[in-house]
Design a protein around this ligand. Structure first.
Ligand SMILES: [Zn+2]
Length: 308
């Protein structure tokens, strides 16, 4: 579950099933690669993204010119999942692949590198974020509306390079998308400014909200998931509870899938008032079924004055 740019980047392993699937897809990839070389500007442009939020952004920028699939199944965790045959097949036939990078989707990255066609370009969108803006532990840049604009621009650029004829359309869509992100940023700013300081101390279950927290004046008191996989240790939890209580943390930010038992223990022991439910790595049911819908719904949760 935990994703750290330091600890996760090379720790992925393929299961025997995935290796076998990868071999079949490698053959498909070789065949498809030959086919791609004969086709300078493919119609539609077949794009595969590692996670569904990125796929939704690419669909918005590429419109009818792209056919977008994603690799990590709906509601699955990009940090620990088994690739399906159809996902590997999609990768083998892709013209363009977008990853997040910096360790978030290292399992997808391993698969992609084994299976993709030789002519297919792979882009890690985290490369569009300036190094000095990264904190070395949290690769979820796309959850911050301002950083997400750099993803949008990198996506439009990649599409323009593969399909220069439609450059104007991609630019127009990207500009429209960036305006929506600016609008969301203003609303986050205005709503979060209204929250008193006493409601701004957060405990994160997953280390994914550090950029958003910093931008809108929240303080991250601690993170439940430790480096590495598995449940947090008793020692880590004890330190976290002590720090959260001392800092007067107001809320725990968690996805529905996160362990409710641990959440309740922290909430009770650290005297935390509320749980902020969020969606982050994979899109889900409405209103979380589009990237912008997900950010909007998360905004409402962060700015909510409810106590539970
Ligand atoms: Zn994550």
């Amino acid at each position: 579950m935990q994703c750290s740019t330091d600890n996760y980047s090379r720790s992925g392993r393929f299961s025997a099933t995935a290796m076998a699937l990868a071999f079949v897809c490698l053959l498909l990839g070789l065949l498809f690669g030959l086919n791609q070389q004969a086709n300078a500007c493919p119609r539609p442009i077949k794009v595969v993204c590692s996670i569904s939020p990125l796929a939704n952004i690419v669909s918005s920028i590429g419109g009818a010119k792209v056919q977008v699939k994603y690799f990590v199944p709906p509601d699955a965790d990009p940090h620990s999942f088994e690739p399906t045959f159809s996902a590997l097949e999609d990768v083998s036939q892709a013209h363009l692949i977008f990853l997040n990078g910096d360790g978030l989707d290292h399992l997808a990255e391993d698969c992609v590198n084994n299976v993709k066609a030789s002519a297919c370009r792979v882009i890690s969108l985290s490369n569009s974020i300036p190094q000095q803006e990264k904190n070395a532990t949290d690769p979820h840049y796309f959850l911050d509306p301002k950083m997400a604009k750099l993803y949008v621009k990198a996506i439009a650029q990649a599409l323009k390079e593969i399909d220069p004829e439609d450059a104007k359309e991609f630019d127009a869509n990207a500009n429209k998308f960036c305006q929506k992100l600016d609008d969301l940023d203003l609303r986050y700013r205005s709503l979060c400014q209204k929250l008193p300081q006493s409601r701004k101390g957060l405990v994160l279950y997953h280390n994914s909200w550090t950029y958003l927290a910093a931008r809108y004046g929240f303080t991250v008191v601690g993170v439940v998931e430790e480096s590495g996989e598995g449940e947090p240790s008793a020692r880590h939890l004890a330190h976290l509870i002590r720090d959260a209580r001392k800092a007067g943390a107001f809320a725990i930010v968690a996805e529905a899938e996160h362990g409710s038992k641990i959440l309740n223990v922290i909430k009770e022991e650290a005297r935390i008032s509320r749980v902020i439910p969020t969606v982050e790595d994979s899109l889900s049911k409405a209103p979380y079924d589009t990237y912008l819908g997900m950010l909007e719904a998360n905004l409402k949760q962060f700015a909510s004055t409810d106590m539970n």
